[in-house]
Design a protein around this ligand. Structure first.
Ligand code: AMP
Length: 284
């Protein structure tokens, strides 16, 4: 186990460490997280270490990306174990700021994601969520000053929001979308999976299965995208899920046409308490 994981709580100490590395000509990759780390997060660390000399991880449960009825208070906080995992995986530094360090007196979102990106998928169903994500990531980017930032494609719309943010602020940060890490039965790993009961957990991989079924139908030549999404929604809702959306789009999150060959199929649905999301790329 590596014993070199530095832990810092304030921006001054963070920047002092980062400056030493940058002065030595080292490149820094950054992995923002909300903690409660699992293999999905740890594989982002692996990618970060391949892409740069140093890997910085942040753990911050960001209040501005939670809606009023969401799980901010209950969100699992497991900082000690997270730090042990990061040390074992070879991360160089973990930034553990308080809400005060990040926001000072005003806990609000200063950045507003454009409507066409925000008003669909998770953005439509979680008002203010992506403004909160963009605002905290802008603050974290400013604090860390990374060369590379690694995000998981599980949160596909989030990766598009971050790409927009980097372009909007003219940042020189290379954004990498890393593959979705799954459990053996296909369920995308998520901190929220632990809210599932045993029975729900056994049924949870159905979300991934339904995306595969849609991909199969696209490969067979179906182009009635709305009907296909509706059928899948009905099928899930009949078996105890509560679907927020199932959408068949192009990888840039615009509507496909008859001629589209590259798709992304995205879904969000509640199974019991947790709201699970997943997506699948498909080329025909
Ligand atoms: P979170 O802690 O949920 O905010 O996630 C932090 C980062 O980990 C985000 O970039 C997520 O997309 C990524 N992530 C979470 N779960 C997975 C997963 N199963 N596979 C790949 N990346 C993931």
């Amino acid at each position: 186990m590596s014993i070199t994981l530095k832990q810092v709580n304030d921006i001054e100490s963070l920047q002092a460490e980062i400056k030493k590395w940058h002065d030595a000509g080292e490149r820094i990759a950054f992995v923002p997280t909300m903690g409660n780390l699992h293999e999905g997060h740890l594989q982002l660390v692996d990618v970060a270490k391949q892409k740069a000399d140093r890997c910085v991880v942040s753990i911050f449960v960001n209040p501005t990306q939670f809606g009023p009825n969401e799980d901010l208070e209950q969100y699992p906080r497991t900082q000690k174990k997270d730090c042990e995992l990061l040390a074992t995986r070879g991360a160089d530094l973990v930034f553990l700021p308080s809400v005060d360090v990040i926001y000072g007196d005003e806990v609000s979102s200063d950045i507003h994601v454009p409507e066409q990106l925000n008003n669909q998928l998770c953005g439509k169903n979680r008002p203010g969520h992506f403004d909160g994500v963009a605002s905290v990531v802008a603050k974290l980017f400013n604090a860390v000053n990374p060369d590379v930032a690694v995000f998981g494609n599980k949160d596909y719309q989030q990766v598009q929001v971050i790409r927009w943010l980097v372009s909007e602020l003219n940042l020189k940060i290379k954004v990498i979308g890393a593959p979705i890490v799954r459990e053996d039965d296909g369920l995308a790993m998520s901190s929220r999976n632990q809210y599932l009961t045993n029975n729900e957990r056994q049924r949870a991989s159905r979300l991934q299965n339904i995306l595969q079924l849609i991909a199969g139908e696209l490969r067979k030549g179906r182009r009635d995208y709305s009907a296909l999404s509706e059928e899948a929604t009905l099928a899930l809702n009949k078996t105890g899920w509560k679907v927020d959306y199932i959408e068949i789009l192009r990888p840039n999150l615009t509507q496909p046409t008859e001629k589209t060959r590259d798709f992304i199929i995205l879904a969000a649905a509640n199974l019991g308490k947790p709201r699970l999301i997943d997506n699948l790329k498909c080329t025909i």
